[in-house]
Design a protein around this ligand. Structure first.
Ligand code: SF4
Length: 299
């Protein structure tokens, strides 16, 4: 393949995958939703889960997104320094979003700030948002696609706590936010928490925490313990599917951390909704792909 053919192939793969994840939830989310559904006895909670799975069935049958809000598209790119299209990725991702918007079809969600004008193709200033990690000595690229819907972005927040507030302060911050805004994010929620020395890093880590597979744990045993304590605590609130009451509140709680300044403890919070549209794809130097989050998907 020459460079032009490589570009076209890469754009087609990413466009196809972006449109695909709007219609099909990742394998881990489907398993968790089914598990939570089976725990419900309350009639209303059962009806809400039935509606969710019916929605997913219809999305498949009609080849349409499973939620009207296809969100602002974000890509988290882990690119090897020897990946052949490393210089072209940003441009290719923008083209892929335009293409996915048509083939999805995806609702137009990119509104230019100050101009207050919808661009009409889901591409705008710094959108799709791209987060970069450079991987030395690799010729692959791994790309997470995330659809940041309005409702599930709404509880997002970050704050620098006084050091004496400690981890108790982190927990209080999370519970205050989930109990006041969580219901807007179409529960059961996936809760992402970032802990760091400054608000910007904590916020970014909280979003990265949402990319982790459900059922995975923080790499530090104390972090993993805090994840499960917060998860159990949030579940006792019995927010339920759709926020209408039920046995559980969350699909999971994920924490990611960075070493902090001795005098600050910053906490960031991001939430994912039941329709947690995120995908992970790996593409090698020959532009062969593997859909890690959606096993066996054909694009
Ligand atoms: S919170 Fe999620 S499921 Fe609810 S409307 Fe937004 S994107 Fe759709």
């Amino acid at each position: 393949m020459n460079k032009k053919e490589q570009r076209e192939r890469f754009i087609d793969i990413i466009a196809g995958f972006t449109a695909y994840i709007a219609k099909y939830l990742p394998d881990d989310v489907l398993v968790k939703l089914q598990e939570l559904r089976e725990k419900e006895d309350a009639p209303l909670a059962k009806i809400i889960y039935e509606a969710m799975f019916n929605d997913l069935k219809m999305a498949k049958e009609l080849d349409r997104p499973c939620c009207q809000d296809t969100g602002v598209i974000q890509y988290f790119v882990q690119v090897g320094t020897r990946f052949p299209l490393i210089d072209e990725i940003e441009d290719c991702l923008q083209e892929a979003v335009k293409k996915a918007t048509i083939i999805g079809p995806l609702r137009h969600n990119a509104v230019e700030v100050f101009d207050e004008k919808n661009t009409g193709n889901n591409v705008g200033t710094r959108v799709p948002w791209i987060d970069w990690e450079i991987i030395p000595n690799s010729d692959d690229v791994k790309i997470y696609v995330y659809m940041a819907g309005g409702g599930c972005s709404l509880p997002g927040t970050a704050k620098v706590l006084m050091p004496l507030e400690g981890y108790e302060g982190v927990v209080e911050f999370v519970f205050n936010q989930i109990t006041s805004y969580g219901i807007n994010a179409c529960p059961p929620l996936l809760v992402g928490i970032g802990i760091a020395g400054s608000a910007d890093v904590a916020a970014k880590l909280s979003k990265k925490a949402l990319l982790r597979p459900i059922g995975s744990h923080n790499s530090n045993p104390r972090g993993a313990e805090l994840e499960s304590l917060i998860e159990n605590g949030l579940n006792t609130l019995k927010i339920g599917p759709g926020g209408l009451g039920g046995e559980n509140s969350v699909m999971g709680v994920h924490i990611e951390q960075a070493a902090r300044h001795p005098a600050t403890i910053a906490v960031g919070l991001s939430t994912g909704c039941w329709a947690h549209r995120r995908g992970l794809i790996k593409i090698n130097a020959h532009l062969e792909y593997e859909t890690i989050s959606h096993k066996g998907a054909i694009l």
